[in-house]
Design a protein around this ligand. Sequence first.
Ligand code: 9WN
Length: 433
Amino acid sequence: MADRRDPVTALGTAVLEKNWKVSHTLPATGLYPHQWSWDSGFIAMGLRHISPRRAGQEIDALFAGQWADGRIPQIVFDPHRDQDYSPGASFWQSRSIEASPDDVETTGLIQPPNHAWAVWKIHQSDPEESNRRGFLARAYPKLVAWHRYLATKRDRGGNGLAAIVHPWESGTDNSPLWDDALAFLPSTARHPFERPDLLHADSSERPSDREYGKYFWLAERYRDHHCDDADADYPFLVEDPLFNALHAVSELALARIAGELGLDASSHLERATEIEGALEQLWDDELGCYVARDVPTGRLIRKATINGLVPLLIPGLARAGTVLDTLKGPRFLGSGAVLVPSYDATADDMQPGLYWRGPAWFNMSWLMAIAANEAGDRETGAALSRSLQDLAVQHNFPEYVNPWTGQPHGTRAFSWTAALAIDAASPAGLSLL
Ligand code: 9WN
């Protein structure tokens, strides 16, 4: 358990308590008033040090939104706050789609699969409590169905990697990685859209109206095809190294869970190895990192982003040495950054205050601290851990920061910043499996 007298833990816990809503944690009470999928995974990884039971509840609440086809939705909506976030439940109309759950409303999109990893870490925090509640036995089939959805319906390129169908699915919404695939899409959604997000964050720190127009257009297209992945001419299909690396790590976690339940773990280990092998298709030798691939054209999107470093989390990754060098090189930490920039520091269009086009996000530096430790570079891991804890507390747990000055941006009292700072401060924290 975490030491609650430690200031990072005490202040972080206060943020998580403030953002707790009945059964789950809101990413931020103003800007993000519903439950988000991968946020809940990250939040649970910190919450487990304070209350493993609550961390389990967080994941159970997310499972309540799971669809019959296995997908875990990007957002589970609070029906009372439809006006406060756009697009909300009234846009998605999920109940009109047969595969969606009857009792909660959700988006049809997904987010990166960090859930099996979170479930395993929650179990480890208090195995007795977890066993008493049958937590692993309950979670396992749901996680298997989720991973099956990714491996089947989302392998749109037929090459062993899951494709995302919308920038929101990446969790790195306006990353320069998606620009090319978005370029030829209309930026005019059929229905006029609101921007309640701009009431809580400066417009210079959020995606533009033009980007939002494209996001809405694409979301309408997906929704209007009943969120059915068999839409043959669907115009945005991209393979993201971050998404697939978290899938591989989650398969390794599923193997641990299966083992704990006395089940055969081999299929999960094989799957993790297959994903690691398939990621080779996204390798860019010149940039020294993984990049994204546009499925319809088969072209690599050759930009160095934080997404391309996340495969370093995969234990024993053959490319680990090179990726670590890139992390520490001029494009990222070697630029003098205190936390890992989301985009290439040497790129002309790097913007250190603009959302996923430059700023450092705490979840990414947390992933990189674990990855660096795994790769044997404890010095880099410790430096990232120190910076992320210090900046989190100094600026009231911001959503993201300027990677060089640490100047805060976006919303404050952001849940995953608090949760991951708690994890970094905990003796059992910053561990992979
Ligand atoms: C769209 C909730 C989410 C995070 C994403 C982050 C941001 C939403 C938005 O907030 O995205 O999903 O409205 O900008 O990019 O990673 O899950 O915290």
